[in-house]
Design a protein around this ligand. Structure first.
Ligand code: PGA
Length: 241
């Protein structure tokens, strides 16, 4: 158990995995443990298709839901897009700017900024992924709203080289992540929520969450197995407990 640790926010990013049936099975296994977790805030980001069933199964628990992306467009003739209005009431959070979205769907800095801006006008909290500090600089230069409303955003420092991609874990070092997460707040000249993403698993989670500038994690591969995800919380003990 690690004392003197703040209450981290732990976000599960299932990526493009899980049918509705698999979602129900995951929740059946994980829910009894997750609803007792008070050492961390828990957010689950399933694919869009699983959001309604997950929302109904997590009703009246402290487990929050997030989407993995959202359209930059509002309602209209945009075939295939899922708008903020459609997610409103279903999720509390939404991931934007994940490096996989940029890589495989050609998402640009301006697309990401537009999504953050629209989310900030809604009830949904943006979870903004940044691959490195240069990318953050670009967001801050082009997106004044990110500077002005930084306290309402969960920043994720997530170097693509540390993402497991569903294969072997290859995490960055907690010291390096701590240094870079600290720089996110420094660039914004305010205290912001900054979490780390990249190969977090039950064995290394506390080594990240106990660092001064790391407020939690975005967990990919280790969140897809309910037992492994639940295990992440077993060593967390925030300050004062
Ligand atoms: P990983 O993925 O935990 O499998 O490295 C993290 C992410 O890409 O969000």
């Amino acid at each position: 158990m690690i004392k003197n640790m703040k209450k981290p926010i732990v976000i599960a990013n299932w990526k493009a995995t899980k049918t509705i049936k698999e979602t129900v099975e995951w929740i059946k296994i994980a829910k009894p443990s997750l609803e007792k977790v008070d050492c961390a805030s828990v957010v689950i980001c399933p694919p869009y298709t699983s959001l309604p069933i997950a929302a109904s199964l997590f009703e009246n628990t402290n487990i929050k839901l997030g989407a993995q992306d959202v359209s930059k467009f509002k309602k209209g003739a945009y075939t295939g897009e899922v708008t903020i209005e459609m997610l409103d009431g279903l999720v509390d959070y939404c991931i934007v700017g994940h490096s996989e979205k940029r890589r495989y769907s050609g998402e640009t800095d301006d697309d990401v900024i537009e999504k953050v801006k629209n989310l900030l006008e809604s009830t949904i909290t943006p979870i903004l992924c940044v691959s490195n500090l240069e990318q953050l600089d670009s967001y801050l230069d082009r997106g004044q709203v990110i500077v002005e409303e930084a306290e309402k955003i969960v920043f994720v420092y997530e170097p693509p080289s540390a993402i497991s991609g569903g294969k072997a874990y290859r995490p960055d070092s907690p010291e390096n992540v701590d240094k870079n997460s600290g720089k996110v707040g420094k660039k914004l000249s305010k205290k912001v929520t900054t979490v780390y993403g990249g190969s977090i698993n039950p064995d290394n989670a506390v080594s990240f969450f106990s660092k001064e500038h790391i407020d939690g994690g975005l967990v990919g591969q280790a969140s897809t197995n309910p037992n492994v995800f639940v295990d992440i919380f077993s060593n967390i003990k925030p300050a004062g407990r």
